[in-house]
Ligand binder design. Structure first.
Ligand SMILES: [Zn+2]
Length: 351
């Protein structure tokens, strides 16, 4: 699955939908203007330049869509638009749909389908087909693990298809207004009313659906300020959203309350929330288990320590990236959206 992500994400161009391309082009142009105005600290363009890995030729091709350096958001949408939605049966009446942004969990049964996360709206047809292949139950409920677009862009169509949406209160807050993510050099416009969570909570919330008790639990500020876990109690399956990226460096969203320390605290919480029998669904990457969560926590803690030492020695971000504090991990963890240089910068910002 991780390899599949890698091959999808770095495909540079899509030509099969001119209408979508034009819409995204307008967004990209607007974002370029905003990036110039605001000098974002962590734009992919700047980080690539710092790391000396930017394709200079690509940067000079003006007006070209989806060049590698044009940002993570178009890259993610592009990958979702081209991806086939894959269905992974997990345990009991729970499955995972992979291929549209974050992993989507689906609980089927007489109460109607319950989804955890919504993917991108460009995947609507593929997701609808995948859902229909699972059962004839109508779509009735949606839980968002956090507000990021690769987990909530499909909220509006799922709501119109019948889903009541539940999330942490900060998810509704973020989706209700224009929200800028500096790390993506992108401003997301406020979501339409139908896409907003109908039911929100602050710390914990329980739902009873399809002979299953679902426990929703807030992590505190972690990857954003609105991350929750969703535990399907009887099946002992847990969706932990973007507090876990299985086998790849995570994005950390400082613009909306995330930090490296919060990400580490959530990784510790995930070890407390699981046993060796628990099946764990990450926000990104393959479905895994508790030992995989420990590897992720250890990676975060080790790199945080290395980056902190370099920063305390007085090294600039550029010097810290050049010292390759992630070097021992890059072959395994550095092959997805977040490159070693970008991850070093994300950690540097928080130590
Ligand atoms: Zn996220």
């Amino acid at each position: 699955m991780a390899g599949n992500f890698g091959s999808l994400v770095f495909t540079p161009l899509v030509k099969d939908s001119m209408q979508r391309n034009r819409a995204i082009s307008r967004l990209v142009q607007r974002e370029k203007t905003m990036a110039q105005l605001q000098s974002p600290r962590l734009s992919r363009r700047r980080l690539l330049a710092i790391a000396g890995v930017s394709g200079g030729a690509t940067m000079l091709v003006r007006g070209r869509l989806f060049a590698k350096d044009e940002g993570i958001v178009p890259t993610m949408i592009n990958a979702a638009a081209k991806a086939k939605i894959t269905v992974h049966p997990v345990r009991r009446n729970i499955s995972v749909l992979e291929g549209s942004g974050g992993n989507i969990a689906v609980l089927t049964g007489n109460d109607g389908k319950l989804l955890v996360d919504a993917g991108f709206s460009v995947s609507r047809t593929g997701i609808a087909d995948a859902l229909a292949s699972l059962s004839g139950d109508p779509i009735k409920h949606l839980v968002n693990t956090h507000w990021h677009t690769d987990h909530t862009d499909g909220n509006n169509w799922l709501h119109s298809a019948g889903a009541a949406i539940t999330a942490h209160e900060n998810v509704r807050k973020r989706l209700s207004v224009d929200t800028r993510v500096e790390g993506w050099s992108w401003t997301f416009p406020a979501s339409p009313a139908g896409a907003l969570p109908f039911a929100v909570f602050a710390t914990t919330h329980e739902l009873q659906r399809n002979d299953t008790k679902l426990v929703l639990q807030y992590y505190g500020p972690a990857h954003t300020d609105g991350d929750i876990s969703v535990h399907f109690t009887e099946a002992d399956v847990i969706h932990v959203g973007d507090t876990w990226w299985n086998g790849v460096y995570p994005f950390i969203d400082y613009s909306t309350g995330g930090s490296i320390d919060g990400q580490i605290q959530a990784a510790e919480a995930n070890l407390r929330l699981t046993t060796d029998k628990t099946i764990v669904i990450p926000g990104h990457g393959q479905i895994g288990s508790r030992p995989d969560l420990a590897k992720f926590r250890d990676m975060l803690v080790t790199i945080r320590g290395s980056v902190e030492r370099l920063k305390k020695q007085g090294r600039s971000l550029e010097q810290t990236i050049a010292a390759k504090p992630t070097g021992a991990f890059d072959a395994k963890w550095g092959r997805f959206l977040i490159t070693p240089a970008m991850f070093t910068a994300l950690v540097y910002q928080g130590v």
